[in-house]
Design a protein around this ligand. Structure first.
Ligand code: V47
Ligand code: SF4
Length: 365
């Protein structure tokens, strides 16, 4: 057992290494006082216990059907109104064509997330999923944030349960974690005032879990939130996971500052990003996977994150995602081949395991 001079850190270390849970005060203490080496060491132990030195990745492509959005999130660099320069909308044929043109013949997942288009209701998305599944029955579809789902269900006047049942029947396999942003109501009212609120986000994920649709969870951090807000966010996710066990992975999303209304507040440092990964790993004791979304943080930080509790690197994403490139992400052309990903993982001393959307092993490298 290590000895840390700070007694509080020593107590947290002992609790966590015994497999016990820490509370909000302890979470806050870690954010405020824990040294980097402590966090890396503790998060890595938990990760080894849960994932045994494996780092997961999958072969996926991202599709963003439109960036036309009715909402006005202050951190968003990507959304546009109709006819505004830079706006795009793809029809069903164009979406299907984009998948057909995929260069990776071993693709296992298509990830679909976009703006909240005012004219597109459940019927449009139901058909989209059905057609993709019809042409590519082996491709798993992870699609639509809770914010998109909330709007399409209300537009089509169906309840959450009915809407999710219909999408599942059409072929939806999983739901991504976007739209969670930060749950604190006061901050959320300022950052993204008009979209699905925190309770709605959580209720949609709860209902999906009840219907056996696995989902992910995110937290947008590094903007106006305090450490207390981050701990509150992690707490709400941990509580729901206790109830349902339906979350597959937690993905911290680093706020990127270019071309949006919060540009003047700057961005978090790499050290802060690594601390946040580690504390998330320590706090969310009921989540198996902690994912780094590498196109946003860059390859080098993604490699470092593997020593801070991260066990999953999002995909061999082809250069189709624009949410982050428009917000100033590290990698403006986010594509990594399988070989590059495997090398990155091996150089961190871990074993690369290709998975599908449901974390079933496809191949061990
Ligand atoms: O909800 C928007 C975020 C999210 C910015 O589940 C920004 O596997 C940083 O859902 N800086 C959408 N982030 C992305 C998303 C996602 C991504 C990767 C993996 C998964 C998964 C889900 O992007 C939005 C919002 O939180 N976002 N603007 C910005 N300026
Ligand atoms: Fe729309 Fe999503 Fe951008 Fe918010 S973050 S404005 S919901 S596209």
């Amino acid at each position: 057992m290590k000895n840390w001079r700070d007694q509080r850190l020593q107590r947290i270390w002992e609790l966590v290494t015994k497999g016990q849970r820490i509370g909000s005060d302890e979470g806050l203490y870690l954010y405020e006082h824990a040294p980097l080496g402590y966090l890396s060491n503790l998060a890595d132990r938990i990760n080894k216990r849960l994932n045994n030195g494996k780092v997961w990745f999958n072969r996926n492509m991202h599709i963003e059907p439109t960036n036309i959005c009715i909402y006005h999130c202050r951190f968003c660099s990507y959304s546009r109104k109709f006819n505004e320069p830079g706006a795009w909308e793809m029809n069903l044929d164009q979406i299907l064509e984009q998948i057909d043109q995929s260069r990776d013949t071993h693709l296992t997942e298509v990830h679909i997330v976009g703006g909240v288009h005012p004219q597109r209701g459940l019927e449009f998305y139901e058909e989209m999923i059905r057609e993709i599944k019809l042409r590519h029955p082996n491709l798993l579809i992870k699609a639509f944030t809770a914010v998109e789902l909330d709007f399409m269900f209300r537009k089509s006047r169906v309840g959450v349960k009915e809407g999710l049942i219909r999408l599942k029947k059409a072929g939806l396999d999983a739901i991504p974690g976007g739209g969670a942003e930060i749950f604190d109501e006061t901050l959320r009212a300022y950052l993204c005032p008009d979209k699905a609120d925190s309770d709605t986000w959580l209720a949609i994920h709860r209902e999906a879990h009840k219907l056996d649709i696995p989902t992910n969870a995110t937290m947008l951090y590094g903007h106006l939130e305090s450490y207390k807000h981050r701990v509150d966010h992690l707490n709400r996710l941990r509580d729901l996971q206790d109830e349902t066990s339906g979350f597959q992975a937690f993905i911290p999303l680093k706020y990127r500052k270019e071309n949006n209304l919060l540009s003047d507040i700057g961005e978090t440092s790499t050290v802060e990003d690594l601390r946040n990964y580690a504390i998330s790993r320590i706090y969310l004791d009921n989540f198996i996977h902690l994912k780094a979304y590498w196109p946003m943080i860059g390859r080098e930080v993604a490699a470092l994150s593997l020593s801070f509790g991260v066990d999953d690197l999002d995909g061999t994403i082809q250069d189709t995602t624009r949410i982050y490139s428009m917000a100033g992400a590290e990698d403006q052309n986010p594509t990594m081949t399988t070989d590059e990903l495997i090398t990155l993982i091996r150089q961190s001393g871990c074993q690369a395991v290709e998975r599908d959307t449901l974390y079933r092993t496809v191949k061990i490298y």
